[in-house]
Design a protein around this ligand. Structure first.
Ligand code: SF4
Ligand code: SF4
Ligand code: FES
Length: 479
């Protein structure tokens, strides 16, 4: 454990760390564009310069190994003047796009300009122009004028996703990031991570383009339910103080974007594109009305009917949801444990063309909590006699066609989304989705992750956890 001194402060560093790693791990900021903790060192942006005490030149901290007794200065006159010069160079041809740039508010170049430069450009020449809105892939646009050629995006596709989808062509101020001509970026299920790691607003999500300013949004920590990895994510939605009044009120309660929340135990700093597209899963048309045999009824009536059906059944069987939270599964177990034979079903199977599984994150099981459900109930797939003699079937969640219900059995469906078969059930009860409630999932490795609610529950919709308690008469039915 070498001891180094940063601005005179002793730091116990790890022997394989670089100065930038030791500094950041100890809360000392050293600006950086091209360096990223999960990528190889490129050393091309030169903004991370520090001065070793006693030397009359600066060196880059991202490629400087720690050595016992090393003394570095991060804020000497020499360092400040070099940083300022580098920012002058980087902004020489950078457009003044901040007013319309999606990265504004999260842009390192903007932040460092104010922190370490602040001066107008010294160039008298016209800026070099380049391609704006270059279609890099079906999901990503590239603004080459904003690109500072840090090569983070290129290294990501070579070192992390391994699609080798990006490269840099030409030399000097004609250099351009370009996609491989075989459209490998379209096939890279992790492509959108390059948008996050681009330190400027050069890489743009087509989906998020000009959708909103980032300071109008706030993140809620959550878990991606797209597969059994259960990546830790942040779901971004409009802040209460930026609520829109003149536009469609749905702007105030919708997912604006999803980004990874760095979790070394689960997903590190990455997620796949399916995780970015959670709105496509969680914002499908909702089932908002309780029904008995296809007719809308007040929720208490539907709960009373469900209770009566379970009470009078000779052999009630239930299929529990592999999208249920640990809390909901426990509530189900507590409510019906001794009374109902329950089996875990697969709510979602891989969609056509979806990557099944790989060595990075994606898992073949496209459900977030199969592990949590199997801790309490048997798998339906391993119970061939599950429906023998069943005269009542309770289906919680998706993925089961009621046409497969045992002949003559009455049915109760507990679900969140519009499905034709909701109206075919004897009783249908609408429940909340993940963004309207809190809870935990257990991923395929046994790691338990929490998700929090971002939006209000729709009127007439309750949590599945409460539904089970109410049907089992362990909780009061709302009036
Ligand atoms: S597009 Fe962004 S991440 Fe890629 S080289 Fe340019 S600045 Fe770096
Ligand atoms: S790897 Fe799985 S859990 Fe992670 S973001 Fe993708 S779909 Fe979601
Ligand atoms: S961060 Fe060190 S050279 Fe770019």
């Amino acid at each position: 454990m070498p001891t180094i001194y940063i601005d005179g402060r002793p730091i116990e560093a790890e022997s394989r760390q670089t100065v930038i790693e030791a500094a950041l791990a100890n809360g000392i900021e050293i600006p950086h564009f091209c360096w990223h903790p999960q990528l190889s060192i490129a050393g091309n942006c030169r903004i991370c310069v520090v001065q070793v005490e006693g030397r009359s030149w600066v060196e880059i901290a991202c490629n400087m190994p720690v050595t016992e007794g090393l003394h570095v200065l991060t804020d000497s006159d020499l360092v400040r003047s070099h940083r300022k010069a580098m920012l002058q160079l980087v902004t020489l041809n950078h457009p003044v796009d901040c007013g319309i740039c999606d990265k504004a508010g999260e842009c390192r170049l903007q932040d460092y300009h104010y922190a370490y430069n602040g001066a107008p450009s010294v160039s008298r020449d016209a800026k070099v122009t380049a391609t704006k809105f270059h279609p890099l892939s079906e999901r990503i646009l590239l603004d080459n004028e904003r690109c500072i050629l840090c090569s983070r995006c290129v290294r990501f596709t070579h070192e992390v996703s391994k699609s080798h989808a990006l490269g840099i062509v030409q030399r000097g101020d004609a250099s351009l990031v370009r996609a491989a001509e075989d459209h490998a970026l379209d096939r890279d299920p992790y492509s959108d991570n390059v948008i996050d790691i681009c330190p400027v607003g050069a890489l743009l999500s087509r989906d998020f383009l000009y959708r909103t300013r980032v300071w109008s949004l706030e993140p809620t920590p959550s878990v991606c339910p797209g597969c059994s990895r259960g990546c830790t994510v942040e779901i971004w939605h409009r802040k209460a103080e930026w609520k829109v009044h003149a536009l469609d009120a749905r702007h105030n309660a919708r997912i604006e974007r999803v980004t990874p929340l760095d979790n070394p135990a689960v997903n590190g700093p990455w997620i796949c594109n399916k995780g970015r597209d959670l709105a496509k899963i969680l914002e499908r048309p909702r089932a908002l009305t309780a029904m008995t045999r296809g007719s809308a009824v007040p929720l208490p009536d539907a709960l009373a009917d469900a209770r009566m059906l379970i009470r009078s059944a000779r052999r009630p069987v239930a299929l529990v949801s592999s999208w249920g939270s640990n809390e909901e599964l426990a509530s189900f177990h507590e409510a019906f444990g001794g009374r109902v034979d329950a089996y875990v079903k697969t709510d979602h199977v891989p969609a056509a063309g979806e990557v099944l599984q790989d060595d990075l994150l994606l898992r073949a099981d496209k459900n977030p909590n199969t592990t949590g459900a199997l801790a309490l109930f048997r798998a339906l797939a391993s119970a061939p006699d599950a429906f023998v003699g069943a005269d009542l079937l309770l289906v919680w969640g998706e993925g089961f066609d009621l046409a497969r219900a045992p002949a003559g059995a009455r049915t109760i469906v507990v679900g969140s989304f519009e499905h034709a078969q909701n109206a075919k059930a004897d009783v249908f009860i609408p429940v909340t989705v993940q963004t309207e409630r809190g809870g935990h999932y257990t991923n395929f490795e046994g790691t338990v992750s929490a998700f929090a609610p971002c939006f209000e529950k729709p009127a007439g919709v309750v949590d599945a956890e409460d539904v089970f308690a109410m049907i089992a008469e362990r909780a009061t039915v709302p009036a």
